[in-house]
Design a protein around this ligand. Structure first.
Ligand code: PLP
Length: 223
């Protein structure tokens, strides 16, 4: 792993922030990447990492055992895994039903641990993808307690269609940004729009993203 791409992304973020006065955070997606590569990026100063698979993520978190690292769970969630996720991660990007929210809330409250969460939206409506239909957002919001001491609603996450059609991508990013803007008006805790990956993070940033999740462009191909 070279730090060339990482440095370039950080540079692009800095330039963007100066121009647009909007903060962007970078999550290094370390799923299927070695512990050794993660350690190298930590030693280089990076603190936010994203993992998709509960067991793989928990094993890495235990092995790295560094309380300064902020771990983001970004994969699909089975309800019997909410306990492990709450215990080991700091952010959950992929809440897609109230049952998952309720379980995380109960577990965070009993551990006395702060969890930030996002609702995942299936913006392309492909049935291979997790997340709720954007039209069902209101139904799930009615079940969320914006004043919970431990579980904090921060916004939305999405993975757009895997396509090179820029216009389709722009349409999906714009719909997400619109939903994000109206959520910010309704919930004082909402400040995060998690969208943009290795191939589309610049486009996502130009459409309102505040958090990008980049894996292969930083670490190289997954094993
Ligand atoms: C794998 C993954 C990423 C990173 O993808 P890259 O194309 O490697 O940057 C980002 N977000 C989610 C939810 C992922 O599953």
């Amino acid at each position: 792993m070279e730090f060339k791409n990482y440095n370039r992304i950080k540079e692009e973020i800095l330039l963007f922030q100066e121009h647009h006065k909007r903060k962007i955070s970078l999550i290094a997606v370390s799923k299927k990447q070695s512990i050794e590569k993660i350690h190298r990026l930590i030693n280089y100063g990076h603190l936010d990492f994203g993992e998709n698979y509960v067991q793989e993520g928990v094993d890495k978190i235990k092995s790295i055992s560094n309380p300064s690292i902020i771990w983001h769970f970004i994969g699909p969630i089975q309800s019997n895994k909410t306990k492990l996720i709450t215990e080991y991660f700091n952010w959950v990007h992929s809440v897609d039903r109230l049952k998952i929210y309720d379980r995380i809330k109960n577990e965070a409250n009993s551990l006395g641990k702060k969890i930030n969460f996002l609702i995942q939206i299936n913006i392309s409506k492909e049935n291979t993808k997790s997340g709720i239909n954007i039209n069902d957002l209101d139904a799930i919001l009615d079940g969320i307690d914006p004043n919970d001491d431990f579980v904090c609603f921060r916004g939305i996450m999405a993975i757009p269609r895997n396509t090179t059609n820029i216009n389709l991508l722009k349409t999906e990013f714009s719909l997400l940004n619109k939903a994000f803007i109206s959520l910010k008006e309704r919930f004082h805790t909402v400040d995060t729009l998690s969208m943009g990956m290795s191939n589309d993070y610049l486009l996502a940033m130009n459409h309102g993203s505040t958090m990008i999740r980049v894996g292969s462009k930083i670490f190289g191909e997954r094993i």
